[in-house]
Design a protein around this ligand. Structure first.
Ligand code: HEM
Length: 129
């Protein structure tokens, strides 16, 4: 079974890149106030990708059989990222607030990436500690 770990890691990382790409694209559409953002495609596909991302992450955790600190930080930061995304694309009222939440979410996404790559709970924030 353990030989399947690299496959699920590839699926996870592939979904991470697709998820980030879609988030960026949706942000650009939001900033242009494009009606495309409300299309079926952009309402469904990102959710499918994010589901694959999370399912692969859960499989990886089952393989690892532990919840190291860096993964705990990733999970917590993921909630912040999702919340900021909901604000940017749905709940926030003014244009400026939406754009601000979007860029904040991009920063959190970059932080999660840095935590994953360094396997350090502080990620790139280590430079400031
Ligand atoms: C509940 C959420 C998540 C969990 C439990 C999780 C868990 C994991 C695990 C167990 C690995 C494998 C580490 C290894 O064997 O090297 C991994 C790798 C990775 N994850 Fe996640 N992940 C989650 C969400 C995310 C998100 C949202 C992102 C991006 C923003 C992300 C980016 C990455 C990257 C880039 C790697 C590859 C790191 C490397 O080896 O260089 N993950 N993740």
């Amino acid at each position: 079974m353990q030989e399947l770990y690299p496959l699920f890691k590839q699926i996870h990382v592939g979904a991470v890149l697709a998820s980030g790409g879609f988030f960026l694209l949706r942000g650009l559409l939001m900033m242009q106030e494009s009606p495309l953002l409300g299309s079926k495609f952009f309402r469904i596909v990102p959710h499918v990708i994010d589901t694959v991302l999370l399912l692969a992450a859960i499989v990886l955790l089952v393989f690892i059989g532990a919840l190291p600190a860096w993964v705990q930080v990733k999970i917590a930061a993921l909630f912040v990222y999702i919340f900021l995304g909901v604000l940017a694309f749905r709940l926030a009222k003014g244009y400026g607030t939406k754009v601000f939440c979007f860029f904040l979410a991009l920063g959190v996404f970059a932080f999660i990436m840095s935590v994953a790559i360094t396997k350090n709970p502080a990620g790139f924030l280590r430079a400031f500690l």
